[in-house]
Design a protein around this ligand. Structure first.
Ligand code: TRP
Length: 330
């Protein structure tokens, strides 16, 4: 019942990242990494094909690995693997674990329920989507992982992993540790225009890490702020982004002092936007330079994925062996 991996995280290769993706999903892993924890990170391309065409998913794999490394995931400390490099192990364990959870239980998973709502095109919810949480349990349990950093939307999936592990252990012997969700509190990063969350589906209000510097300036220029002396959710979100992207303490201090003046009723929103723009542009420029260096060196990315796959393969083979023995199906 020993853990093999302290920290496991899966990322979906779904195109361009936004500032909100960086602050909400990547930065917390980098912070854990800087505390000395080595994460095992994988690109969940099998999950991604639940709602994307496989050839499109494939195109995004190197890009997302380059994104993560350019943002600060250190390949010396972290192992990074591609889920489909252990396709056989993942699907084998998925098959063996799927027996332990009922269709009714899977239908109660909120992410699937949302997709099955009448107004959300239920015909798009294919049957692989039903198995999504079991696939996720396979990733986690193959690696006997201890902590899984996830956002709010993945907590129900984590509960399925824990349920399956407990049921398996009870029926066939203690093979699996009970993994814990490390709940990453979701930052309230809103669209720059203020309507809803910052997301890919609303590009004019989102800062993409791939945006050119002029586009970033234009988006921030048209962002909604607050009237002098007042705070609101939009401005708070802008502050979170600006301070999250700032590379130095003095940039953060500058934001703080502008906001102090704003609260005192001074008309400083123009100045705020200027500072916000410079911070965002610096961050993005630096990111894009690093990323293009990595992308140019595709054999580097490949060697990172090969190293990671060896680790994942070893973990997976050992675990599957244990599982088949426990099931007396070897
Ligand atoms: N479902 C996760 C997401 O959409 C990605 C994922 C797949 C994952 N398998 C996982 C995350 C295992 C953590 C652990 O974000």
């Amino acid at each position: 019942m020993k853990y093999k991996v302290d920290l496991l995280t899966g990322i979906r290769p779904t195109g361009n990242l936004t500032a909100a993706n960086y602050l909400g999903a990547v930065l917390p892993i980098i912070e854990l990494q800087s505390q000395g924890i080595s994460p095992l990170v994988f690109v969940s391309d099998i999950h991604a094909i639940t709602d994307k065409e496989p050839d499109i998913v494939k195109e995004h794999i190197y890009g997302i690995v380059a994104d993560y490394i350019a943002l600060g995931i250190d390949p010396q400390k972290a192992n990074i693997y591609l889920q489909s490099d252990i396709f056989g192990e993942v699907t084998t364990l998925t098959t063996l674990l799927a027996r332990l959870v009922s269709v009714a239980e899977l239908l109660r998973v909120p992410t699937l329920k949302d997709k099955l709502k009448k107004n959300a095109k239920p015909e798009m919810a294919n049957s692989l989507l039903l198995l999504y949480p079991v696939l996720m349990a396979s990733d986690i349990l193959l690696n006997k992982a201890k902590k899984i950093p996830v956002g709010e939307d993945q907590l129900a999936h984590m509960e399925i992993t824990r349920l399956i592990a407990r049921r398996f252990n009870k029926k066939y012997g203690e093979i699996f540790p009970i993994s814990q969700a490390l709940h990453i509190k979701s930052l309230r990063i809103l669209s720059l225009k203020g309507e809803g969350k910052m997301s890919k589906t609303n590009p004019s209000g989102a800062i993409f890490l791939t945006d050119d510097l002029k586009t970033v300036a234009r988006k921030i220029k048209t962002a909604e702020t607050a009237v002098e002396g007042e705070m609101n959710k939009k401005l708070e979100s802008h502050i979170l982004i600006a301070k999250g992207l700032a590379k130095t303490k003095s940039e953060c201090d500058e934001i703080d002092s502008i906001i102090k003046e704003h609260k005192n009723g001074k008309p400083v929103m123009g100045q705020f936007k200027q500072t916000f723009t410079l911070i965002a542009q610096n961050f993005i420029e630096d990111f894009q330079i690093k990323r293009s260096e990595i992308i140019r060196n595709s054999s580097y990315v490949q060697s990172i994925l090969e190293k990671g796959s060896q680790v994942a393969k070893r973990n997976a083979t050992e675990t599957l062996d244990d599982v088949k023995k426990a099931l007396k199906f070897n």
